[in-house]
Design a binder for this molecule. Structure first.
Ligand SMILES: [Zn+2]
Length: 268
């Protein structure tokens, strides 16, 4: 069947951040012929977000939840961390990965230079999450860009974690090469259509270690301006990746799909 060649998985979406109507629309669209999305890896930002994603996964079989704490926000207190960790431990069998976790690159950039930024606290929290990932044998979904990527890679190496997915990764060629050598995967968003930096990254990164995502509801520009971010946008990314890698469109679909199924151990 021709249409089965166009199967996609959104490897990184914040489904819990959409409104109820939007979620129903997205889930309803997944099986449509022009969408063909078989799965959504829905990542969590904090404890409430973990709870919401668990509920979404119980309600919709396509939703595969990951539990974690998004680093681009204020550091949680010790008791908040404890509550989050024990909730995740209790529900760990329901998750496909620990995520979204990582380091606060953008938050640090916009913080007033005269204010002390508690960066070590974020590094410690990431270290704690990685320890659990290793103990539970779960993949990790990382938000760690530019200079922060090296710190995250050091920690991954310390814990001997190989199953790491750097979502919407951005960084220099040396960092990128280090990630390729370590066997990590990255995913690209629809901005691969118009961002030179991402196009260069796709050319450098092996197709076998690539996945696609939306990071929805994060909005996109260019042809996606004023559109609600939807997994179907990934079809444009798959086509662009085929062009950048010099492979056929069907190979691009097949490999990106297979990489994601394999990485998250999903039923294909
Ligand atoms: Zn995200």
């Amino acid at each position: 069947m021709v249409c089965s060649l166009k199967k996609i998985i959104d490897s990184h979406i914040h489904l819990d951040q959409y409104t109820e109507d939007e979620i129903e629309k997205i889930i309803g669209d997944l099986t449509l012929n022009d969408v063909q999305c078989t799965g959504l890896i829905s990542v969590s930002s904090d404890l409430n977000s973990c709870r919401a994603n668990l509920t979404l996964a119980k309600n919709y079989k396509q939703v595969k939840p990951a539990f974690g704490f998004h680093p681009e926000q204020a550091l949680p207190s010790d008791s908040e961390i404890e509550a989050l960790m024990s909730w995740i431990e209790k529900n760990k069998d329901a998750m496909v990965a620990i995520g979204e976790i990582g380091l606060p690159y953008y938050l640090r950039k916009v913080t007033n230079k005269h204010m002390r930024f508690p960066f070590e606290g974020y590094v410690e929290l990431l270290d704690q999450f990685l320890k659990l990932a290793k103990a539970w044998n779960k993949p990790v979904i990382l938000h760690a860009v530019y200079d922060d990527a090296h710190i995250a890679i050091d920690l991954l190496e310390k814990h001997s974690i190989h199953k790491a997915h750097f979502h919407w990764f951005k960084g220099d060629a040396i960092t990128t090469q280090r990630m390729i050598n370590n066997g990590y995967t990255i995913s690209v968003t629809p901005d691969v259509l118009y961002e030179k930096e991402i196009q260069t990254l796709v050319k450098q990164y092996p197709l076998e270690q690539l996945m696609v995502e939306t990071d929805g509801p994060w909005p996109f520009k260019d042809k996606f301006t004023d559109q609600m971010t939807h997994p179907k946008m990934i079809h444009d990314s798959v086509a662009m990746i085929a062009e950048l890698k010099g492979v056929s469109l069907s190979d691009s679909y097949r490999k990106l799909y297979r990489n994601t199924v394999r990485f998250y151990e999903l039923d294909s």
